[in-house]
Design a protein around this ligand. Structure first.
Ligand SMILES: NC(=O)c1ccc[n+]([C@@H]2O[C@H](COP(=O)([O-])OP(=O)(O)OC[C@H]3O[C@@H](n4cnc5c(N)ncnc54)[C@H](O)[C@@H]3O)[C@@H](O)[C@H]2O)c1
Length: 148
């Protein structure tokens, strides 16, 4: 298994980390030393408690990524609590209803686009707008912040 890069002192936002893949990402980032800030429409305190129980630092807020105001609040929480932002993991998403795309109602289509497309845009924009940092669209070896 490749060695996990140490992320001591870094601050990572992970959206949709109350459960599933986002929860796993949050735990791995915290295990590497990052302080984790979670935004989810569900209570993510279970993930926060698991990170803290392992000696890490984490905090969560109820946030709907499709709402620009919520995305700004999420980024502001990272800055007020930890005074920096290094990593944004745009994980939160919803599955479109099963079936042929043409059978989706207008409301189902709009909700899917609002969360899965606009949510990523608004959250990334909030991170750039509030922090004023230079965010890269890669998690590679470049110095600076990362949007994933
Ligand atoms: N599970 C898979 O097989 C799979 C495969 C490919 C891609 N993905 C992608 O990985 C990501 C996570 O998948 P998962 O299986 O863990 O999903 P999941 O449904 O288990 O978890 C999604 C999380 O996002 C949160 N969420 C949903 N809408 C939100 C919103 N508007 N604002 C904030 N949080 C919101 C949910 O509350 C939940 O905690 C998604 O982007 C998904 O499309 C998953």
């Amino acid at each position: 298994m490749p060695e996990i890069q140490k992320l001591d002192e870094q601050v990572a936002i992970v959206t949709g980390a109350a459960q599933g893949i986002g929860r796993g990402i949050a735990l791995v980032l915290a295990g590497a030393g990052a302080r984790v800030v979670i935004g989810d429409i569900q209570d993510a305190s279970g993930t926060v408690q698991e990170i803290r129980a392992a000696g890490g630092q984490a905090i969560s807020i109820l946030a709907d990524i499709s709402k620009p105001h919520d995305d700004k609040a999420l980024v502001n929480l990272a800055l007020t609590e930890y005074e920096r932002l290094d990593i944004l993991v745009n994980n939160a998403a919803i599955d479109a209803p099963d079936g042929n795309a043409w059978s989706l109602s207008d409301a189902e289509w709009e909700q899917t686009i609002a969360v899965n497309l606009s949510g990523v845009f608004y959250c990334s924009k909030a991170a750039r707008w509030v922090s004023g940092t230079s965010l890269h669209l890669t998690g590679g070896t470049q110095r600076g912040s990362s949007v994933l």
